[in-house]
Ligand binder design. Structure first.
Ligand SMILES: NC(=O)c1ccc[n+]([C@@H]2O[C@H](COP(=O)([O-])OP(=O)(O)OC[C@H]3O[C@@H](n4cnc5c(N)ncnc54)[C@H](O)[C@@H]3O)[C@@H](O)[C@H]2O)c1
Length: 457
């Protein structure tokens, strides 16, 4: 995009009018997908004085929001009610799209059973909103996806699905003709991170044309301290994947080195802490029982899939996936070894899994390694219970229904082993070690506690 093209786009009256409307906080913003990403994003816009409409297909979620309730633990109902005072309401009715100035899509992007991208939520959303599109609206996709999705999937469907003959304004397009603006901006939220405020996380954006980029900069510039423009939606899509692949590969590296360190009698955590003192060229990643969450175990495979179209094999992603997927099996080996010291097999042992969430202090169970560990223990004949303050009960596991309820942290001595899978800060680890017969610690939660009962892995 040349400087002239960008200037021309900014100066076009329809674009300038929307930029000004955003500046006055009068732009109507629609967010599709009121989940872990969409709901906090709604709050950010709302805190800045925007009236936001939240779209979701789940009627129960829409009803809860309109009653001023929250279904995400870290979001208090009070903040939903404040947003309502600023004009927030939720709906399942896509005809409301016609009243919006900007639409932001935050719907899921999982993998299907063949480990391939499942874009059905994105295409379902695009097809549902396209008939109601109006000229000069901005549509931004935030769902994590492979490079090319916005240009190759979203833009053409918006064009073919709308009733007003609107075209997506690309570079060189005449902005006076009926058009819509389309961009991609990855979500970088880190659930449970209390140290970086959401507004301080720089927002990357790439537009299908210069006008989309200018509008996106204005929109996100009103809630984020820094906006980072890139040259295309594909560059923005790839940025998100690079970030997550970087995490996935580095976690796999420490997970592998941890296994070696255990064999060599070296404490990997001591090594990481020492390495961390290097002021350049090293970033600490921590080993664990396996990857979880909606992002790191899934997103890299969006790129692997797309790479095949270019006869390219993404070996780092595959290798990291292999190492990380094997981690719950490694934990099972460590549990077996720990029980062996007490002359017990896994079969028939009573085992308490401590912490189910895929990471500390959050209420998200998606892809959590704890579920795999429970399933593997049950397959081996163990009697398994769990404790997690965020989950009173658990229905579905990874592969089958678990139908378990939370076990209170009493009588820990009744269990043959307690396995720390998630290191929630509310746990009193000293007490847990004191009361349990055997503790398998996959998170280094018991650091500093000296006891023969602990197996650190
Ligand atoms: N959760 C995170 O921490 C995180 C971080 C960065 C990026 N992301 C990405 O953001 C996207 C959304 O993730 P999430 O965690 O918010 O998902 P989520 O499952 O928490 O929320 C998605 C919401 O979209 C709704 N929905 C699904 N299809 C719809 C449709 N056709 N129309 C309207 N609503 C629909 C669902 O009912 C749900 O409320 C994904 O692509 C994910 O990879 C998530």
């Amino acid at each position: 995009m040349t400087h002239d093209e960008t200037r021309q786009a900014t100066l076009h009256p329809t674009v300038a009018a929307l930029v000004e409307k955003i500046g006055r906080r009068e732009a109507r913003i629609g967010i599709v997908g009121m989940g872990y990403v969409g709901l906090p994003l709604m709050l950010l816009f709302s805190e800045q004085g925007f009236a936001v409409t939240g779209f979701d297909i789940e009627e129960s979620r829409v009803a809860a929001l309109n009653r001023g309730e929250s279904y995400i633990v870290r979001i208090p109902a009070e903040s939903i009610r404040r947003a309502q005072q600023a004009g927030f309401r939720a709906t399942t009715d896509y005809s409301e799209v016609a009243k919006m100035d900007a639409m932001i899509l935050c719907v899921p992007t999982p993998l299907n059973e063949y480990h391939e991208p499942d874009l059905s939520y994105v295409t379902g959303t695009v097809d549902a909103l396209a008939p109601y599109l109006q000229a000069h609206q901005l549509v931004v996709l935030e769902s994590t996806t492979y490079p090319g999705t916005t240009d190759e999937v979203v833009a053409p469907r918006l064009e073919s699905g709308n009733r007003n003959g609107l075209r997506v304004a690309r570079t060189g397009e005449d902005l006076s003709s009926p058009c819509v603006h389309v961009a991609f901006s990855p979500e970088r939220e880190d659930p449970g991170n209390e140290t970086v405020a959401r507004a301080d996380i720089p927002k990357v954006i790439g537009g299908c044309g210069p006008a989309a980029l200018e509008l996106g900069k204005a929109l996100y510039g009103s809630i984020f301290r820094r906006v980072v423009p890139v040259s295309s939606p594909a560059a923005a899509e790839m940025t998100k994947l690079l970030e997550n692949i970087y995490r996935c590969v580095n976690i796999a590296l420490v997970n592998e080195l941890k296994q070696l360190a255990i064999r060599m009698g070296i404490d990997i955590h001591e090594v990481i802490e020492a390495a961390k003192t290097k002021p350049f060229g090293f970033q600490a990643f921590y080993p664990g029982p396996g990857l979880g969450g909606h992002c790191i175990p899934i997103d890299p495979f969006y790129l692997s899939w797309k790479a095949r179209q270019f006869d390219f094999h993404t070996r780092f992603i595959e290798l990291a996936g292999e190492v990380n997927t094997a981690m719950p099996y490694f934990v099972i080996e460590q549990i077996a070894a720990g029980l062996n010291e007490h002359s017990k097999p896994i079969k028939g042992s009573r085992i308490l899994v401590l912490g189910l969430a895929y990471k500390r202090d959050i209420d998200d169970l998606r892809e959590s390694p704890s579920l795999t560990i429970i399933e593997l223990l049950r397959q081996r004949g163990a009697e398994v219970a769990y404790n997690d303050p965020f989950f009173p009960r658990v229905g579905q596991g990874r592969h089958y229904a678990l139908n378990m309820t939370n076990t209170p942290l009493e009588n820990l001595a009744e269990f043959d082993a307690v396995v720390i899978v998630t290191d929630h800060t509310s746990y009193d680890y000293e007490k847990i070690v004191a009361e349990a017969k055997l503790v398998i610690d996959t998170r280094n939660a018991t650091r500093g506690i000296r006891s023969e009962k602990i197996v650190r892995c």
